[in-house]
Design a protein around this ligand. Structure first.
Ligand code: ZN
Length: 286
């Protein structure tokens, strides 16, 4: 199933599920937002499937007529994995890591599909990173790697937009990663039953029609089971936490000459089975 968060009426965010090309609101199904749904794990999908049988055909609104937000607009934690594709570690002139490199983005950086990435005035090196992300359903601590499927609700797409000058100014990447609008996410949260093998998905990024990143999630160094075990060995994973798994080769700063984001760019990320995340790029007004 494909779940969305969208803006309804007076700007209130609502959760919905796609049926064909229509969005059916989930509030009458008992879910005000997607976090309250994902915490039920696979039981949520079963429950929604059953509930939809009672919803008349043609209910809801056409997908093209609703304003989508990020599926989880304010995740409890937004966790990112750095240097998790061999080719990207090489182009960054970093060693293949033996321990996952973990950093974070604040939820204030999250935007939805179609919303603008705003280039800050104080960075000269704004860059893009196509990423495949998994979303925690049932939470937990000390989760064994082989129990990962019990805790992943589904998948989405993230653009880990990065101001390289701020990222590389110190050993801590956070400030370069968490400018407002630097975490486009969406368009859907695709439940895990639709993706039998998340480690075999094509991932691609285009800007203005030119392909700049083109890889497959089979190239991930640390895969989902290992990441879940590692992260939950330190802290509790909670329903709605986002884990963005890292980006393949082809980012702007590693190109000759570098290819940074510019106002007017149209950035599109596609992940097989997960959809297409498109965001325009604009300059900050002040
Ligand atoms: Zn990244």
């Amino acid at each position: 199933m494909k779940f969305v968060t969208y803006r309804e009426g007076a700007g209130r965010a609502a959760a919905g599920v796609l049926r064909g090309d229509r969005v059916v609101g989930l509030s009458s199904g008992g879910f005000a937002d997607l976090i309250s749904l994902v915490r039920l794990g696979s039981e949520a999908v079963r429950r929604i499937t059953e509930w939809l049988r009672s919803v008349p055909e043609g209910a809801g609104k056409p997908l093209s007529g609703v304003h989508l937000l990020a599926p989880i607009p304010s995740p409890p934690k937004f966790i990112c994995v750095g240097l998790n594709y061999r080719d990207h570690a090489a182009e960054s002139k970093m060693e293949i890591p033996k321990v996952p490199t973990i950093f974070s983005k604040f939820s204030s950086s999250v935007i939805g599909p179609g919303e603008s990435i705003v280039l800050p005035k104080n960075s000269t090196q704004p860059d893009y990173e196509a990423e495949f992300a998994f979303v925690i359903g049932k939470g937990g601590r000390h989760i064994p790697a082989d129990r990962w499927r019990d805790h992943v609700f589904g998948y989405t797409i993230v653009n880990d937009v990065s101001a390289r000058d701020f990222q590389m100014a110190t050993s801590q990447w956070l400030m370069g990663k968490t400018f407002d609008t630097f975490a486009p996410m969406g368009p859907y949260l695709v439940s895990s039953d639709e993706i039998p093998d998340p480690h075999a998905l094509d991932i691609r990024l285009e800007i203005n029609g030119e392909t700049l990143q083109n890889s497959n999630t089979r190239e991930l160094i640390f895969k989902i089971p290992e990441l879940i075990a590692f992260l939950s060995s330190v802290f509790t994973l909670e329903p709605g936490d986002i884990v963005s798994t890292g980006t393949p080769a082809g980012v702007g700063f590693a190109r000759q000459p570098p290819r940074y984001l510019q106002a007017g760019d149209d950035v599109v990320i596609r992940v097989e089975g997960i959809g297409e995340l498109r965001n325009p790029v604009i300059a900050a007004a002040s």
